[in-house]
Design a protein around this ligand. Structure first.
Ligand code: HOZ
Length: 428
């Protein structure tokens, strides 16, 4: 495939945007080469500036669960835009999407809308600190909760790819309040809790990790984490920015039947517009301003276009819950096909999958935490990525990301992808 125009556009962008991108992973540093510039997208496909068609396995890093330019979502945004794009005043649609979200997700009474997953997680931690009166938090190595200071300690996603899991600019004071645990290791969490008795406000976790590839919780881990939190008056925060409204109507809480104390959302909840949210039961949410002392605000929070896109998206998922089963079936089909062709071509690999999240790690050992994820052969991943791109299949330009399956993918698309992987595997 030819990427002449994309390369030229990137060169222009580099002159006026740091690294030519507005979010680091997009720069292709994890795989080499220069990024593809998108012209448009429809359903399961991206169309780039050079006229190539790519099957998309990233889907805007998760939001496009029903495919690109999904008509009910697009129409809802167009109709809203005709009536004004932002007021900074309450609108009825905010209550409508809040009611729907609260009805779909277990164990939440109230929800506050913000503009990104970063904001949602940052605000959730502030709320947890305010509510418990404690300062420290536990996060897991390789989990990524956005780019606010407290979370850039051994962060996953782009932070791992660029070798800056601990970003300059995060003060020592902030860093010392973030305790680092190992994903899927409950004894490690217990030891941290014991060593910091009565000081920990919350544990924040991606219930299925999606920022070090896809890593499922091992059996009993989330239950044990819930029990440790309850026993120690620590709030359990599920960062469901990726898993919310994707793994089930009620996200990972529903899938694993675990109640979190605060849940963070992003991606699907905004239908592809910039939306995040955090939610909890009344006693916690009533701690927020203007009724409580914990401050949080935003000029564009609850923006009508964003709410319209999110409401159209959630309405469809709520009315057609069979989508979650069909997504999981498509992902399982892909998993089987990938494992078959990689095995036939003697490529060492592990495939991880939960619902419609899946990732390939080029290592034979089980991938259960950041260390095991980091052992994957990155040279193989780079060649795999560029090989697939050449075949018209777009996966995340980093081994530390999950793929997101969309309902718009047909079984023909999946077969095409498996055939492409077979072709690429012969070159690895
Ligand atoms: N935080 C996203 C990956 N987990 C990347 C977002 C982007 O680059 O658009």
């Amino acid at each position: 495939m030819i990427y002449k125009r994309s390369s030229a556009l990137f060169a222009e962008a580099e002159k006026v945007i740091p690294g030519g991108v507005n979010s680091p992973v997009r720069a292709f540093n994890g795989v080499g080469g220069t990024p593809i510039f998108v012209k448009e997208a429809k359903g399961a496909y991206l169309y780039d500036e050079d006229g190539n068609r790519l099957i998309d396995y990233i889907n805007s890093w998760g939001p496009m669960i029903l495919g690109h330019a999904h008509e009910p979502v697009v129409n809802a945004v167009i109709e809203k835009a005709k009536k004004g794009t932002s007021f900074g005043m309450p609108t009825e649609i905010e209550t409508q999407i809040a009611e729907l979200a609260v009805s779909m997700v277990p164990n939440i009474d109230k929800i506050r809308f913000v503009n990104s997953g970063t904001e949602a997680c940052m605000s959730a931690v502030r709320l947890a600190r305010g509510f418990t009166g404690k300062d420290k938090i536990i996060k897991f190595a390789g989990c990524y909760h956005g780019h606010s200071d407290s979370f850039l300690i051994q962060a996953g996603s782009g932070a791992s790819t660029f070798g800056t899991p601990n970003s300059p600019g995060v003060t020592k004071g902030t860093a010392k309040d973030t305790l680092l645990a190992t994903y899927n290791d409950i004894e490690n969490v217990e030891a941290l809790v014991e060593a910091n008795k009565n000081e920990i406000a919350c544990v924040i976790i991606e219930p299925v990790a999606g920022n070090m590839g896809c890593i499922p919780p091992t059996e009993g881990f989330l239950e044990a984490l819930r029990a440790v939190c309850t026993a120690n008056n620590i709030l359990l925060i599920f960062d469901e920015v990726m898993t919310g409204f994707r793994l089930a109507k009620g996200g990972a809480q529903e899938l694993y039947d675990i109640n979190a104390d605060i849940v963070c959302f992003g991606k699907v909840i905004g239908g592809g517009l910039p939306v995040g949210a955090f939610a909890a039961r009344n006693e916690i949410m009533n701690y927020l301003a203007p009724i409580g002392p914990v401050y949080q605000a935003g000029t564009l929070s609850g923006n009508p276009l964003a709410m319209a896109a999110g409401l159209a998206m959630l309405t469809e998922l709520n009315n057609k819950p069979e989508i979650f089963t069909s997504l999981a079936e498509k992902t399982a089909y892909l998993h089987t096909g990938i494992a078959k062709v990689l095995t036939e071509n003697n490529i060492t690999h592990t495939v991880n999958r939960v619902g419609s999240m899946i990732s390939i790690h080029f290592d034979e050992a089980e991938v259960v935490d950041f260390n095991s994820a980091a052992k994957g052969n990155n040279d193989t991943f780079k060649a795999f990525f560029h090989g697939l791109l050449n075949e018209g299949v777009y996966i995340a330009p980093s081994a530390f990301e999950t793929w997101f399956i969309t309902d718009a993918l047909s079984y023909d698309d999946l077969d095409f992808t498996i055939a492409a992987i077979n072709t690429v595997a012969k070159t690895l």
